[in-house]
Design a protein around this ligand. Structure first.
Ligand code: ATP
Ligand code: MG
Ligand code: FE
Length: 348
C-alpha cells in the first residue's frame, strides 16, 4: 500500500504520498521564509513553524492522493540528523498517525533519504540499481559514499571543515545575497566571468576523496573585504560568484574522480549519483557529469525539486525499508547526529 512521508529536519516542512511502486501520488514543500531576517535557520522558529504547518500540509497531500490514513501501509518521517525540535515535531506527528491507525512507522535517516532518491523508479529506468557511488552535497554534508544497499553505506571521504552548501551560503552572505544563499549565488554567477578571479581549489590534485572549503571561503572573504574600489559593483559580485562556483566545480569533479577510481563497481558499469541541495546547481551538475563520462561512469542527478529537502525522498526510503521488512518502534528517539555509516543503519 501507499506510504506517507514527512520531512522536518531543517527549514523545509514537507509531506508526500507515494504508491508502493514509488509513483508519486502527492507532494508538498513549504520553504519557511521566517528565517531570512536572521541570515540563517533559527532552530526554535523552525520547530514552531513545522508545528504550525505540518497538519495542514499532510491533510493536503492525503486529500490530493484521494486517501485516508487507514489506506496507508506505513508512515515514514525524517528522524535525524538535523535540528532536534523539528525532528521531534515531524516524527511525533508520524508516530501519532501510525499509532492511531496501527501502521508501521519508519524512522528515516535524512541522509539515507537523499542517498536513495536516485532509486525512485521514475528517475532512471526502474531506479538506479545497487551498488553506486554517491556524492552527497548539501547544507550540512559533503561526502563520497559507496552505496551497497539499503542501510549499507561505506564512507570513502568527506569534508575536513565546511560542508559545500555552507560555503555557498557563507559566500552568498558576503556578497549581500541574503538567505538561503545557494540558489541566489547561482543566479548571480550566471552573469559573471568565472575566469576573472583565481580562487584556491583546496586539495585539488591530491590523492583521496576528502574535501575542504574553508580556505576557499576565506579567500573570497579577503577579496570582498579588500576590494580596492570600495563597495562591490554588481558585475564584480557576479564575477566573484562565478569564479567561486567554478572553483567548487573543479574541486568536486577532482575529488569525485578519485572516488570513482577507488570505487570498485561490482559487475556492470559504474554509476555516479549526486544528491543533496547543492546538487541542484547546474554548473556543478555539468562538471560532475563530465567527470563521470571521463571515467566511463553513467551519471544520475535527481530533478532539482528532489535535490533540496523534500518528503518524496522520505516516503521512498520508507518504501525501500518496508519492502525489506524494516520498520521502527514508536519509541525510536530522533537524533541530531546520525551518520550514514552508523551501526544501527542496518537495524531490523
Ligand atoms: P543536510 O541534508 O546535510 O542535513 P540540509 O537538509 O539543510 O542539510 P539541503 O536542503 O539538502 O540541506 O540543501 C540545502 C543547501 O543546498 C543550502 O546550503 C543551499 O544553499 C544549497 N543549495 C540549494 N540550491 C543550490 C544551488 N542552486 N546552488 C548551490 N547551492 C544550493
Ligand atoms: Mg533548507
Ligand atoms: Fe537535506
Amino acid at each position: 500500500g501507499p506510504v506517507l512521508g514527512i520531512e522536518s529536519s531543517c527549514d523545509e516542512t514537507a509531506a508526500a504520498v507515494l504508491a508502493a511502486d514509488g509513483a508519486i501520488l502527492a507532494e508538498a514543500v513549504l520553504n519557511q521564509s521566517d528565517h531570512a531576517a536572521f541570515g540563517g535557520v533559527v532552530p526554535e522558529i523552525a520547530a514552531r513553524a513545522h508545528l504550525a504547518h505540518l497538519p495542514r500540509l499532510v491533510e493536503g497531500v492525503m486529500r490530493h492522493a484521494g486517501l485516508g490514513f487507514a489506506d496507508l501501509a506505513g508512515v515514514a518521517a525524517s528522524s535525524g540528523p538535523g535540528l532536534i525540535g523539528g525532528l521531534i515535531v515531524g516524527s511525533g506527528f508520524a508516530k501519532g498517525v501510525a499509532l492511531a491507525q496501527r501502521l508501521r512507522f519508519v524512522a528515516v535517516n535524512h541522509l539515507e533519504a537523499h542517498a536513495l532518491t536516485a532509486r525512485l523508479p521514475g528517475l532512471v529506468e526502474g531506479g538506479a540499481p545497487f551498488p553506486y557511488l554517491l556524492l552527497l552535497v548539501s547544507g550540512g554534508h559533503c561526502q563520497c559514499v559507496a552505496v551497497d544497499g539499503v542501510g549499507r553505506y561505506r564512507r570513502l571521504g568527506g569534508t575536513i571543515d565546511d560542508a559545500v552548501g555552507e560555503a555557498f551560503d557563507k559566500v552568498a552572505k558576503l556578497l549581500g545575497l541574503g538567505w538561503p544563499g545557494g540558489p541566489a549565488l547561482e543566479r548571480l554567477a550566471a552573469g559573471g566571468d568565472a575566469g576573472r578571479f583565481a580562487f584556491p581549489r583546496p586539495l585539488l590534485g591530491r590523492p583521496g576523496c576528502d574535501f575542504s572549503f574553508s580556505g576557499l571561503k576565506t579567500a573570497v572573504a579577503q577579496m570582498v573585504a579588500g576590494y580596492p574600489a570600495g563597495p562591490l559593483r554588481t558585475q564584480d559580485a557576479a564575477d566573484i560568484a562565478a569564479s567561486f562556483q567554478r572553483a567548487v566545480a573543479d574541486v568536486l569533479a577532482d575529488r569525485a574522480g578519485n572516488a570513482m577510481a577507488a570505487f570498485a563497481a561490482a559487475p556492470g558499469p559504474g554509476r555516479l549519483v549526486v544528491a543533496g541541495g547543492v546538487a541542484a546547481n547546474a554548473t556543478l551538475r555539468a562538471a560532475l557529469q563530465a567527470a563521470a563520462a571521463a571515467r566511463g561512469f553513467s551519471f544520475v542527478a535527481p530533478p532539482l525539486r528532489l535535490c533540496t529537502d523534500n518528503a518524496v525522498m522520505v516516503a521512498w526510503t520508507g518504501i525501500e525499508r518496508l519492502r525489506l521488512g524494516l520498520s521502527d518502534r514508536l519509541d525510536h528517539a530522533p537524533r541530531p547526529r546520525w551518520p550514514l555509516d552508523a551501526p544501527d543503519m542496518q537495524r531490523a
